[in-house]
Design a protein around this ligand. Structure first.
Ligand SMILES: [Zn+2]
Length: 665
């Protein structure tokens, strides 16, 4: 290698290392954004350091190649190059800036890093435009660097080995100082959880729009769920858990308040929980729990009262910057995946990981929510490739799915398969995100001492019987059945599968009972501990054991309590209820009855045993059964007290959030 070629290569390395450090730092800061860095010092420090080093090394290597290649250009043989570093530095700088922009630009357009196998797909007008623009910007960057740095001085500077070394010492010192400030800005070092190790931690995971029967442990035949397939084996699994309302805000409010929808005020999406309603987080905080929430939907945030009782409430997508807004923004899904991934999911995952890594004082309560399976079905590229082999013209964005629902777009069976495959890919992706957070739990050694509760707010119609994609519209099983399992092999039974239907309002009381905390009187749900682990309960004097004949729990139906005073869900089946805007349903002993407040007063009755698909309405033939369930439903409806939020009006922010999620046009 001749001298000027070597010099050009080294100039490229310098340019690459510089630009790589900047890019690595920016990405790390972007990913960490919104967190209280001083509360999560150790991992932030490492994260920034790794990001900067990795980018610096990789881009410096790329810079070496660029510099070497550039040395063959007549440029570098010009006199002012003089075989030193300055001129190749500027050339490489410009080329790398252009390269960065090209990669980002094509990623933006095609949502995948360019790779050789895909090259053919890149040769399109829009990617060529990106290429052209990148070259222009790179060229401008070269001139700016050349002008600003006054090349001769740079060359002279780099020519001296001593000043070169000194520069790197200074840069290194500045970087270390920066990292120290960012990383150790007060606060404890990273470490194992501190506090009272004798009490169990709780991790409550609510996945948005996760239909129960698209998980492997619920019988799905595709590999959507490697995490829950394994976890559920060591868990108590409820195979038929009914969500109280197939919409995000009302359903989450029921899970977190232990109350039916008409008793907590949040009767529709983006309607706040009533101020008087007590949340699980508040109860736990009162009992000394450290509480943290990491959520990804704007309609279960602070604005709607969900942040009550949390020490640390990290809410992504506050306002209008949701997954869907991004997806809809450019009119089609394929443009936004890079930002979608970078801005939303990784940041929530990293925030939760960091919170755990910071060693929150135990016992702690963590609520983790991912919106991922919600439309648009826009999994990251790798998942899309793995799941969807069929290239359909139908892009499952919110707008397009709405057009499919309105029959403005005709879909073939293949199109439906394609859309469902992308939904499944989202489920798979979500499981991987949850797995990352649970690994953080492992790393602080808290897994054995933690109760993990896994559930969802509602399912999703995937064009099953209703020729409809979405949720909230129907009360069929694909929308109201959600996964539910309790995982704590150290303390709970394993490989226990329970077929009796239960409701999501029982989750919060069960958690309190599990923790041996006193019952919260405002909860309407009951503890499931009696069902989960029949041998473990000590019955209060006078309480009937297993029969449910005596009304020892006062008003509570079923009448079982434990010594700790928790009303227990009876071991035999209780009816489960769900409502939506215009209707309500009861599910009891293998039957399901739905009534809808439309002009016709529509009623539906299904024998779930012989007709799990709910296609054969028996309301006119099985009149006795219908009357029985109708009566039970009416009794329930009359017995649940109504708590109304003061008259609410959706403000602009709420409307924007709802529009972004596809709930209003
Ligand atoms: Zn939801």
């Amino acid at each position: 290698m001749n001298r000027s070629r070597g010099a050009a290569t080294i100039g490229g390395v310098y340019a690459g290392a510089l630009l790589g450090s900047i890019a690595g730092f920016l990405e790390a800061v972007m990913l960490l954004d919104g967190q209280n860095l001083s509360s999560t010092p150790g991992s932030s420090f490492l994260f920034v350091l790794l990001s900067v080093s990795l980018y610096a090394v990789v881009v410096a290597a790329a810079g070496a190649v660029v510099g070497f290649v550039a040395s063959f250009l007549p440029y570098l043989n010009r006199k002012d190059a003089g075989g030193r570093y300055g001129y190749p530095f500027a050339v490489s700088f410009g080329a790398i800036v252009g390269g960065f922009l090209f990669v980002l630009g094509t990623w933006w357009v095609r949502m995948a890093p360019p790779d050789l196998a895909l090259l053919r797909r890149y040769v399109r007008t829009d990617t060529l435009v990106v290429l052209l623009l990148s070259i222009v910007v790179g060229r401008v960057a070269f001139h700016v660097v050349r002008r600003v740095s006054r090349l001769e001085r740079v060359e002279r500077y780099f020519a001296s080995r001593w000043s070169r070394t000194w520069t790197f010492v200074k840069l290194g010192a500045a970087l270390v100082l920066l990292l120290v400030v960012v990383g150790f800005g007060g606060g404890p070092a990273e470490g194992a959880a501190t506090g009272d190790p004798g009490r169990y931690n709780v991790v409550l995971i609510t996945i948005d729009t996760l239909r129960a029967n698209h998980l492997e442990h619920q019988g799905y035949d595709k590999p959507t769920s490697p995490l829950t397939r394994v976890m559920s084996r060591d868990s108590v699994v409820f195979r038929e858990c009914v969500a109280q309302y197939p919409l995000t805000t009302p359903s989450h409010a029921s899970i977190l308040s232990g109350r039916y929808v008409r008793s907590h005020g949040a009767v529709a999406n983006a309607v706040p929980i009533h101020d008087s309603v007590v949340l699980l987080s508040e109860v736990l905080k009162e009992h000394g729990y450290t509480t943290g929430a990491f959520i990804t939907s704007p309609i279960i945030g602070e604005k709607y009262g969900f942040d009550r009782g949390y020490d640390h409430f990290v809410e992504r997508n506050r306002g209008d910057f949701t997954k869907s807004t991004q997806a809809e923004w450019m009119g089609q899904l394929r443009i936004n995946r890079f930002w979608y991934r970078l801005r939303r999911l990784d940041r929530t995952t990293v925030a939760a990981e960091n919170w755990l890594a910071s060693g929150p004082e135990t016992p702690f309560f963590l609520w983790l929510h991912y919106i991922t399976p919600h439309a648009p079905y826009a999994p990251p590229h790798a998942y899309e490739r793995e799941w969807d082999t069929y290239r359909s013209k139908v892009v499952p964005s919110i707008r397009e799915l709405a057009r499919v629902n309105r029959r403005e777009i005709e879909v073939t069976d293949d199109d439906v398969d394609h859309i469902v495959a992308l939904y499944d890919a989202e489920v798979h992706f979500t499981e991987d995100l949850v797995a990352r957070v649970l690994s953080a739990l492992d790393r602080i050694g808290a897994r054995d001492n933690t109760l993990i509760v896994f559930t969802a707010d509602h399912g999703e119609s995937l064009f099953d019987r209703s020729n409809y994609f979405g949720h909230g519209q129907y009360l069929y099983d694909e929308e109201v059945l959600v996964p539910l399992f309790f995982h704590c092999p150290a303390r709970l039974p394993v490989q226990r599968i329970i077929d009796e239907p239960v409701e999501t309002i029982h989750i919060a009381p069960t958690i309190l009972d599990f923790l041996d905390l006193p019952p919260e009187p405002s909860f309407q749900g009951m503890s499931l501990m009696n069902v989960i682990d029949p041998g473990s309960r000590e019955w209060a004097p006078g309480a009937a054991d297993g029969g449910g004949a005596e009304d020892a729990a006062g008003e509570t139906e079923g009448g079982l309590t434990t010594a700790s005073g928790h009303a227990q869900h009876p071991a035999e089946e209780k009816p489960a209820f769900s409502i939506n805007r215009d209707g309500r349903m009861i599910r009891f002993r293998g039957w399901k009855y739905i009534e809808i407040d439309d002009e016709l007063g529509t009623e539906e009755l299904y024998d779930l045993g012989s007709d799990p698909g709910e296609t054969n309405n028996l309301v006119l033939t099985e009149t006795e059964k219908a009357a029985e369930l109708r009566e039970l439903l009416r009794q329930w409806n009359a017995s649940v007290p109504v708590v109304r939020s003061d008259s609410y009006e959706l403000d602009d922010e709420s409307v924007r959030a709802l529009r972004a999620l596809g709930y209003v046009d």
